[in-house]
Design a protein. Structure first.
Lengths: 259, 257
């Protein structure tokens, strides 16, 4: 795996809604690259248009101008090599399907043998620590566990890029820390590229290889800050590292300056 | 356990008291139109268990089952198509609301003219009258599907078939069943009406015939049978509903706790 290979490239992206005087620009000339295997967090002041950016990244919404490219191919609809985890875990899982059926649903269209498919489901659920609740329904699980199901669904799909929108914003602090460490482990185990949108600066610095700071809307890239903290990271050790504290302050002051 | 018993007692006391009161009052009332309940039950046993069962009860129920079955399947299918295809929806929605507002029973005469007095008339009229609540409920249910789920379906490239069967239909399930329950009630009413207006066979026909020939006790036994059937059919429906929608009831209960 070459660290420098560009996996995802956002090139002069513009996005707006409406026409004429009512037109509202949300994203204005946004450019950055994400390398293969990289963990990139996107932060920005609230109302910056992070969610809109995410919809354009995943091909759910078309770009107004510019382009998103995945492995140099223009994204003009949700690509097969991408998976999505959203903040609203209660709404993004199918409550009528059990945990394993939720994970299996996107696999039905992939050209997989039954054995391969079941192996993927088993592996994904083991990775997130849910092997023993396969036949439960999502609503029988805690919020953190439901988000683990959504992560397992994404992993079983074997994407090259995993896109996450505020995935831990609705869970308690302890669960949040556990899920952050899970994502670092997932990146390690599966070697996938992860793009995570968050409003939490600590989280962004803790997880990332690089933090992309956005300006206030219509947003563009304010600064890209490399996070040169060693792996494996640790909730206590890493967060008390003076470099972590510096980076955190730097990201925070950038967001404050642009808000 | 005692809690369960209390609940059962709470549900049963009123029906028991009502039947008892009817029994005691009618035994001594000597009213021409209100024969003793004992005699009604006697006639009930003689007529329906099982003299007229195969000749009249079975055809009534069969017509209703087929009519309601057609209304359910076609209603869900049409509702799904209308929800998904905007052009069709805009073309048909006003007409549908007009037809829906016409009571099903009012359509019986025209169906008799066209289709005569046979089973096909009864099945057609039951299906026609019962289909609208299901169409409208399905359409609303499908259209109110959570956009987050639709995004997820697109992001994971679910096929059209998967989106319909694994996402849209289940998510509309609670509303579809609410529509089906209304359809079922309509089907039951129209079944009886179609027999009363255009038939010599069936529970409705026999009940009306009894009334017209002053066989008051027979008439009452028909009414009792229709009441019981209506209750049982609804019970069966609720059983199926709770089987299919157990996830919905469970999720709602979990959300409350």
């Amino acid at each position: 795996m070459s660290e420098r290979q560009v996996r995802l490239s956002i090139d002069g992206l513009h996005k707006g809604y409406g026409v004429g005087a009512a037109r509202k620009e949300v994203i204005s000339d946004l450019t950055f690259d994400v390398h293969a295997g990289e963990f990139v967090c996107i932060v920005g002041p609230s109302g910056a248009g992070k969610t809109t950016l995410l919809k354009c990244l995943t091909g759910l919404h078309p770009a107004s101008a510019g382009a998103v490219r995945l492995d140099s191919k223009v994204v003009d609809g949700p690509p097969r090599q991408m998976a999505l985890v959203l903040q609203e875990y209660t709404r993004s899982l199918m409550p009528w399907l059990t945990v394993e059926k939720n994970v299996r649903l996107p696999l039905a269209n992939l050209k997989l043998s039954k054995a391969e498919r079941e192996q993927r489901i088993t592996d994904a659920l083991r990775e997130v620590g849910l092997s023993d609740v396969r036949t439960s329904y999502p609503w029988q699980l805690s919020g953190g566990m439901q988000q683990r199901v959504a992560i397992a669904r994404a992993l079983a799909y074997r994407p090259e890029v995993l896109v996450m929108d505020e995935p831990f914003a609705s869970v308690d602090a302890q669960t949040r820390a556990d899920l952050e460490d899970l994502m670092l482990k997932v990146r390690q185990d599966f070697g996938i590229t992860i793009v995570l949108v968050t409003h939490d600066i600590d989280e962004a610095v803790y997880l990332s290889d690089r933090v992309v700071v956005l300006t206030k809307g219509p947003c563009t890239v304010d600064e890209i800050i490399p996070v040169e903290l060693p792996f494996p990271r640790d909730q206590i050790e890493t967060k008390s590292d003076p470099r972590f504290v510096d980076l955190r302050a730097r990201v925070f002051s950038r967001i404050k300056a642009s808000a | 356990m005692t809690r369960r018993l209390t609940l059962v007692a709470l549900e049963l006391w009123l029906p028991v008291v009502a039947v008892l009161a009817w029994w005691l009052w009618s035994a001594t009332a000597a009213e021409a139109f209100f024969p003793p309940l004992r005699e009604i039950l006697e006639r009930f046993r003689e007529m329906w268990l099982f003299d007229k069962f195969v000749s009249d009860v079975v055809p009534s129920l069969r017509n209703m089952a087929i009519g309601f079955g057609l209304a359910s399947i076609l209603g869900i299918a049409i509702g799904m198509v209308l929800a998904r295809v905007r052009l069709l929806r805009e073309a048909f929605e006003p007409l549908m609301h007009f037809v829906r507002a016409t009571p099903g029973v009012a359509l019986v005469p025209i169906f008799i003219l066209i289709l005569g007095f046979g089973s096909s008339m009864k099945i057609s009229i039951i299906a026609t009258a019962a289909i609208f609540p299901t169409i409208i409920a399905t359409m609303d249910g499908v259209r109110s599907a959570d956009p987050v789920l639709l995004d997820i379906s697109r992001a994971y490239q679910l096929s059209r078939r998967q989106r319909v069967t694994k996402v849209l239909l289940p998510s509309a399930g609670p509303q579809i069943f609410a529509g089906l329950q209304v359809s079922l009630q309509v089907a039951f009413v129209v079944m009886i009406a179609s027999e009363m207006l255009g038939s010599t066979q069936g529970i409705g026909a026999l009940t009306l015939l009894a009334q017209q020939s002053f066989a008051v006790t027979d008439m009452w036994s028909g009414i009792v049978l229709l009441g019981l059937l209506g209750y049982l059919v609804n019970l069966l429906f609720l059983l199926v509903r709770s089987r299919v929608l157990h996830w919905y009831d469970g999720a709602r209960k979990a959300a409350k706790e």
